[in-house]
Design a protein around this ligand. Structure first.
Ligand code: ARG
Length: 471
């Protein structure tokens, strides 16, 4: 291609890049989504250039008007993107140059290295807020499900063996906690993004009298008191990709959570459990077996967690061992984070949709939770309350469990005389332990599944989600 096409760096070249090289090195196919942030950055930068007298107010206004037109064209889908111009930055700058002569001054005291770092920091702030809002919506769906069906008792599992009874609400609240930590992680990434890179230049700043703080304020890179936050080392500024990894890590963690939630839902909806019915709208049938209803949304949530982990892994591998500062390898930083954004966004939405349509089979849950053996630990606690050391109590309950097994009876159906023979601590009231309602009521400490705590947690989440709307 003609060298003149590479107006931004073609000066020292006698030939343009090979077509193959252009296809290989272009990033506009994926970084064009940075356009609104790139334009915001250019507007702030040119405002600063005018502020310090490097361009005139007239030139600034012309640049701003041109950039506004370009943004409108992009939004309307009327902008022609060219891979020959490599990336989003050069596409926009070249288009501006065609409209406004002053565009030739826009790149004063700026490099694509600090420009792309700025675009991405602005994007991360936006992306985190978007994902936080979606996580909140998923949490709302969970809270709604809990309000509808949370009163149903189900077995809680360890080792996928029935362990102890819990209200469904308690299990759902566990998921709420997981998503709350994800929400906090994205909030932290947004906070870490809040430093303005512009002015770092390619690596060593500029000799021109720029005002970095001015630009930072224009772009909202400010602390809670409105004071500018600018990055403190120009080399670190253009080399640093920590945010990319943090964002991908937050996404991967959400993926793990979504996957574990999905796995519980798959189990619960299976014929073997049948605790719940998944909504038809999020399931599919089999092309061969007419009776099948497959939990595809959950399986895909589980599957997509793999690519979220993969995106993190790709970034870690790509950054490792890179010498300071910018290396073109770093252009590969964007596809994984964009994919993480898209994947987390749709997964959160699909999870919310799936949760919203779930109904519970109360009789199946009641049958599963009816086994008195689930309260064997409560029987040990009963003995402890009567002065028996826990280790001894554990043993004494074990003896009763064994007896029930030999007699082929449920634990609570044994003759009191037989039970008393197992340990002197057992009294006539030993079987009151198996009253489920009573057993649940006794679990009243913070974080426990008793009804008083469920009420408290319901109030806590209702308040938190109402206050946290949009945060
Ligand atoms: N498209 C490039 C990227 O995303 C922009 C920075 C280019 N800088 C350079 N020195 N070639 O990394």
């Amino acid at each position: 291609m003609a060298k003149s096409s590479q107006a931004s760096w073609g000066g020292r070249f006698s030939a343009g890049p090979a077509d193959l090289m252009l296809r290989f090195s272009e990033s506009v196919s994926f970084d064009r989504r940075l356009a609104p942030f790139d334009i915001a950055g250019s507007k702030a930068h040119s405002a600063m250039l005018a502020h310090v007298g490097l361009i005139t107010a007239k030139e600034r206004d012309a640049i701003h008007a041109g950039l506004d037109t370009i943004l409108a064209e992009i939004t309307a889908g009327k902008f022609t993107w060219s891979t020959q111009l490599e990336d989003v930055h050069m596409n926009i700058e070249q288009a501006l140059t065609k409209k406004v002569p002053a565009a030739a001054k826009l790149h004063t005291a700026r490099s694509r290295n600090d420009q792309v770092a700025t675009d991405m920091r602005l994007w991360f702030k936006w992306a985190c807020a978007e994902l936080q809002a979606r996580l909140r919506a998923t949490q709302h769906a969970l809270l709604d499900l809990s309000t509808r069906e949370g009163h149903v008792l189900i077995p809680g599992y360890t080792h996928l063996q029935r362990a102890q009874p819990v209200f469904l609400a308690h299990h759902l609240f566990a998921w709420l906690e997981m998503l709350e930590r994800d929400h906090a992680r994205f909030a932290a990434v947004a906070k870490h993004a809040n430093w303005c890179p512009l002015g770092a230049g390619a690596i060593a700043g500029t000799t021109l009298p720029i005002d970095r703080e001015f630009t930072a304020v224009q772009l909202g890179f400010v602390d809670e008191k409105g004071r500018p936050r600018v990055t403190q080392n120009s080399m670190d500024t253009v080399a640093d990709r920590d945010l990319f990894l943090e964002f991908a890590a937050a996404g991967a963690m959400f993926g793990l959570h979504a996957s574990r939630i999905a796995e519980d839902l798959i189990l619960w909806s299976s014929t073997e459990f049948k605790f719940i019915e998944l909504p038809d709208a999020f399931c599919t049938g089999s092309s061969l077996m007419p009776q099948k209803k497959n939990p595809d949304s959950c399986e895909l949530l589980r599957g997509k967690s793999g690519r979220l982990a993969g995106n993190l892994s790709a970034l870690v591998t790509m950054v490792k061992g890179l010498p300071l500062t910018y290396n073109r390898d770093l252009q590969e930083d964007k596809p994984p984070v964009f994919d993480t954004f898209d994947t987390v966004a749709i997964c959160a939405e699909v999870l919310a949709g799936t949760l919203a349509g779930i109904t519970v089979h109360p009789t199946r849950c009641a049958a599963a939770v009816a086994d008195p053996a689930l309260l064997a630990t409560d029987l040990a606690d009963y003995l402890v309350e009567r002065g028996v050391p826990f280790r001894e109590a554990h043993h004494a309950v074990g003896a009763v469990v064994k007896l029930a097994e030999t007699q082929g009876k449920p634990l609570n159906q044994l003759a009191t005389a037989d039970v008393k023979k197992c340990h002197a601590g057992y009294g006539d009231d030993w079987a009151t332990v198996f009253d489920l309602k009573r057993a649940m009521a006794k679990r009243r400490g913070t974080g426990m599944p008793g009804p008083a705590q469920i009420k408290k947690q319901t109030a806590r989440w209702t308040k938190l989600l109402k206050e946290g709307a949009g945060s």
